[in-house]
Design a protein around this ligand. Structure first.
Ligand code: 1GP
Length: 255
């Protein structure tokens, strides 16, 4: 079987969207925005042009909390609902897919691959589509940098970031996520995004610290294939900055 023949529906959706231009994922934390609340945020975000709802964020989230949020979001929108996991305990079959990600630059092998060996059968039994992704934390890394016991890539270490990302591609991962950390004071630097984009053939997802249309434009001009925002909707709802970010993504898609 070829890889293309084995792609699940969510990955095919992503492939089509990204082929047409950059995309936006809205990250919702079901602990902060449970159930119907998550559904309302998702509906508004998708109306503004967001392409995927990611659910995740807090440590220790239960399957029940995740499942309720995933069910409410699925009832509210037609775009894929994808779990951004912090561990196997937060997996829930109500979602469509899971970012099956290796925290590449963690010192803790559990987060690189060992937990995955325990989670993989659960993912299969739940019928979740696994999306293979290399997750690379760039300084400052924030909480995921600490909890993930990460040797964060320095913000000016463009060749280092490129090496990690290319290794993920060569290992067969189909997405790379450059993460500055949720709530980071600044996003991943544009020159790092453009170097990684130039070196890779797989899509580059960028998240952490994207707070404005100007932040989004810098990253889109650098060639980011997907922008992820989370904190902005938790703090300001679907306000002006969020709309500006979606407008920049829309412009980059030629709309
Ligand atoms: C976090 O990259 C995401 O994993 C989103 O970051 O919360 O800063 O938008 P923000």
């Amino acid at each position: 079987m070829t890889a293309a023949a084995t792609l699940g529906p969510v990955e095919r959706y992503l492939e089509e969207r990204i082929a047409a231009g950059p995309a936006h994922f809205t990250l919702i934390d079901p602990d902060k925005s449970p159930g119907e609340h998550a559904g309302r945020i998702a509906r508004g975000a998708v109306e503004l042009g967001s392409h995927v709802i990611l659910l995740g964020g807090s440590t220790g989230m239960s399957r029940e909390v995740m499942g309720r949020a995933a069910a409410a979001v699925k009832a509210a929108v037609r775009v894929p609902v994808v779990i951004f996991p912090e561990g196997p305990g937060s997996l829930a079959p109500e979602a469509d897919a899971v970012l099956f990600m290796s925290l590449l630059n963690s010192r803790n092998l559990d987060l690189v691959i060992r937990t995955h060996a325990r989670a993989a059968p659960v993912v299969r039994a739940m019928g979740l589509e696994p999306i293979p992704m290399g997750y690379l934390v760039i300084a400052p890394g924030m909480r995921v940098g600490e909890v993930g016991q990460v040797d964060a890539v320095a913000r000016d270490d463009v060749s280092g970031a490129t090496g990690w990302a290319l290794a993920a591609e060569f290992l067969g991962m189909r997405f790379v996520y450059l993460e500055a950390g949720s709530g980071a004071p600044a996003p991943v630097p544009g020159p790092m995004v453009s170097a990684v984009r130039a070196a890779l053939r797989i899509p580059v997802i960028v998240g952490g610290g994207i707070r404005s249309g100007a932040d989004a434009r810098t990253l889109l001009e650098a060639g980011a294939n997907v922008l992820v925002t989370g904190t902005i909707t938790e703090e300001e709802g679907l306000g002006e900055a969020f709309r500006d970010i979606l407008a920049e993504v829309g412009r980059a898609r030629g709309r």
